[in-house]
Design a protein around this ligand. Structure first.
Ligand code: AMP
Length: 423
């Protein structure tokens, strides 16, 4: 009996060569944009001690309760596949003594993240994020700069029709007071969903981003945190808005942006497609001034942002934005006969050593067949070696556009091609 084919796990994908151009384009545009704004790259493990996320993201969150992949390794350590980047970057900041570097420390990352989510369009169990973190400066100017940098990434990718949805969720002083107000408001309401009733006990502000229809109605008249911020959070947020106005960055104040995770404080924001709204956000972030302390370090303020690569690519495709890639193959090497094949094998490697992009098909015998492949590849030149050229130690250069052919001695061919291709 034939064995059952093994397939990739649900919610994962193979990124085939044709699709790579989109990923490369996002990564390149992102890294070039943020490096110009002074960010340096950090790479951190794809798995961490599960406690890192349990503590920082918080137990009563969807990410920890339902979505995190945890496993014990062979020594019995409880590990987790990283569901997001901020906790890891803060861990790395503390562990590598970045407190002693010039502050703020500005870092960026790009890579895969893992969440056991219900797979659907734009939602995967393994997905890529591009992210930024600025640690060690709580000036509102830093918030505005980070939002401006995030916005610039989408602009550089030529994505339009986006909005920044912005809110402040206050701090450890004003948020608990507000949550009391919210709880008492909900006590007078009927019909909130089971999840919200539970959230009111564990993490009350999360009732504000519930999508249940009845809950949406209740939310409508709920007290707003933005009207209940303490004076320091109020001033901080007001200044962030002033700086964003200065740059004429379009934003919407949105009291429903609360971000699910425990570590957020003050400024929080998401980037949405104007039409689809919250359906599939393209990115999100916020300030996390309490995170370092949650991880057992002294207080260190920070703000970060992460964008979803697959969602950005979907948007690029939907908006039919042209994504081009520089051609890598300049030359096709064609051969006729056994002796020629050996010479061609040598020529191929000499050209590659010289930094010239080369393709060939050693399995094809007919010259017509090989020239057709060369023309499909769109190369500028085909180099031909037949029995005679192999014997004479020469190579025929065929210019594909004009069809002109010239014969060159083998030892001069690499130099000649470098000259013609300006390599
Ligand atoms: P979050 O911090 O959860 O808002 O995630 C930041 C960004 O990552 C989101 O705005 C999405 O663009 C993307 N993202 C989050 N979860 C997924 C997922 N399961 N599949 C694909 N992209 C995701």
């Amino acid at each position: 009996m034939a064995k059952k084919m093994i397939q990739r796990p649900r919610g994962t994908k193979d990124i085939l060569p044709k699709e790579q151009i989109y990923f490369k384009n996002v990564e390149k545009t992102f890294s070039e944009t943020v490096e110009k704004a002074g960010f340096s790259k950090i790479t951190f493990p794809t798995f961490e001690d599960a406690k890192l996320f349990n503590r920082s993201i918080g137990k009563d969150t969807d990410v920890i309760e339902k979505e995190m992949y945890t496993f014990s390794d062979k020594s019995g350590n409880l590990l987790a596949l990283r569901p997001e980047g901020t906790a890891s970057v803060m861990r790395a900041y503390i562990e590598n003594g970045m407190q002693s570097w010039s502050q703020p420390v500005k870092l960026y990352y790009f890579g895969p993240f893992f969440r056991y989510d219900r797979p659907q369009a734009g939602r995967y169990r393994e997905f890529f994020q591009f992210g930024l973190e600025v640690i060690g400066d709580n000036n509102p100017l830093v918030d505005a700069s980070l939002i401006a940098t995030a916005w610039r990434i989408y602009k550089k990718l030529n994505i339009e029709n986006l909005t920044i949805e912005l809110n402040s969720i206050g701090c450890g002083t004003c948020r608990p007071k507000y949550e009391k107000l919210l709880k008492s408001y909900y006590q007078d309401q009927k019909g909130a969903c089971k999840d919200c009733l539970r959230r009111l006990k564990t993490k009350p502000i999360r009732v504000l981003d519930c999508k249940n229809e009845k809950c949406l109605m209740i939310q409508h008249d709920a007290p707003q945190l933005i009207n209940n911020l303490c004076s320091s959070c109020h001033d901080h947020f007001k200044t962030v808005l002033e700086y964003l106005d200065e740059l004429e960055i379009p934003y919407q104040l949105n009291p429903k942006i609360v971000r699910g995770l425990d570590y957020y404080t003050n400024t929080v924001f998401e980037i949405w497609n104007q039409k689809e709204k919250a359906q599939n956000s393209l990115g999100g972030g916020g300030r996390y001034d309490g995170l370092a302390e949650i991880l057992g370090s002294s207080k260190k303020t920070g703000i970060g942002f992460a964008g979803g690569v697959e969602r950005v690519i979907d948007e690029i495709k939907k908006e039919e934005i042209e994504v081009s890639e520089q051609k890598k193959i300049d030359v096709f090497v064609a051969q006729l006969g056994d002796k020629a094949r050996k010479k061609c094998f040598r020529l191929l490697n000499d050209l590659l050593d010289a930094g010239i992009g080369v393709e060939t098909r050693f399995d094809r015998g007919g010259i017509g067949d090989q020239l057709r492949i060369a023309s499909n590849l769109g190369v500028a030149y085909t180099l031909l070696i037949g029995q005679r050229e192999a014997f004479d130690e020469t190579v025929i250069i065929k210019e594909m556009d004009s069809g002109n052919q010239e014969i060159f001695p083998y030892e001069k061919i690499v130099r000649e091609m470098q000259k013609r291709l300006k390599k």
